[in-house]
Design a protein around this ligand. Sequence first.
Ligand code: PLP
Ligand code: LYS
Length: 431
Amino acid sequence: MTSSAAPAIPGHPFFAYRDGQLFAGDVSVAQLAAQYGTPLFVYSQAAMRHALDGYRRGFAGHQVKIHYAVKANSNLAILQFFAREGCGFDIVSLGELQRVLAAGARPEDVVFSGVGKTRHEMRVALTHGIGCFNVESVPELHVLNQVAGELGVQAPISLRVNPDVDPQTHPYISTGLKGNKFGISHQDAVATFALAASLPHLRVRGIDSHIGSQITTEAPFLDALDRLLDIVEQVEAAGIPIHHIDCGGGLGIHYSDQLPPATETLWQKMFAKAQARGFADRAFMVEPGRSLVGNAGICLTEVLYLKPGEEKNFCIVDAAMNDLPRPAMYEAFHAIVPVQQASEADATAAVVYDVVGPVCESGDWLGRDRALHVAPGDWLAVCSAGAYCMSMASQYNTRPKATEILVDGSTAHCIRQRDDFAALVAGEILL
Ligand SMILES: Cc1ncc(COP(=O)(O)O)c(C=O)c1O
Ligand SMILES: N[C@@H](CCCC[NH3+])C(=O)O
């Protein structure tokens, strides 16, 4: 961690100012911006390990496997870090399978989630011998049974149950309500387990649920666990053993004023509940994404122009909605801080800006109404950019996807180079 004297960015203990300059660990981020150009994602390996340790402390004395949710940040070096730390992976596509295998994961440490797995995806995943399919509907059960039969294997499965618990998060990232497309309704769960157990090419292994993302209170997790355990009791009473209980991901991070529960405390409470209900000795799984990487990353961007307006002042930067789509998609708040802090006298002369990118859409904003003391050529850091930023980035406006850096102590590794022109037009065919 950075020295205690260094004021860290709120929620980001591994990104802190020293003498007014922002550092990632022991690396000056201004130096990285100068060397690699912007937009530039900078991740801290120490921050990812710190986040993992929160889970590990919460799991102490219990049998829990962490399956990192690849969709949060799928850079190969990040996946390699989690594989080396002993994590498995939660994937939702063959592309993600390819990534985790390339990063060194063992196929048996992979669980495959998602409502729309194709036969081809099932075939490839079965051929690799993945650990579990998290099945989300009765038709998917039948198709998987058929595909496994054709390959002469038994598919290991878990049923994703929709517990109808309100995670109190943004509606686009709420997944555990009965109006959502995800999982099997909790009323149908017991009958669906009986069906799964009767199909010859399926092997029932577990139960799972994932109720949403960026959840900042404990109650939805505890309520969902209660519902899962109710179902496990009934399913086992019907003679179907449940090997593992997968509680999904969803724990929120610091973006602005949210105070998500500490991972360790949440999991101590989860296990107190499991203990009280006689399930503490079971194999548990989790599928966290955002809480492992979200506050481990920032996105550096250069101020291009300051444009005063009649109603608004605009700070036009070189990062855009294609690099960091969360504000445009969810009106999400990301703190934006200077790479070099203004002096106290300058800070009082801050101007309120909308921070916007070069893409041709009014929805292309990164922050609204931000008080900044900036000039063209300055660098800004968009915070909490480790999760669902680069993994949702696009090449819209034929903009290259950004460079990514992973900082480990005093070493900065380039883990992705900015797309070059050839990559921007690759795969397209002139007639
Ligand atoms: C099935 C599943 N598991 C895990 C995750 C990871 O969620 P989070 O990044 O909120 O931890 C998601 C995404 O919400 C998901 O859909
Ligand atoms: N993309 C969302 C999270 C989706 C979670 C996936 N089920 C976000 O940026 O917050």
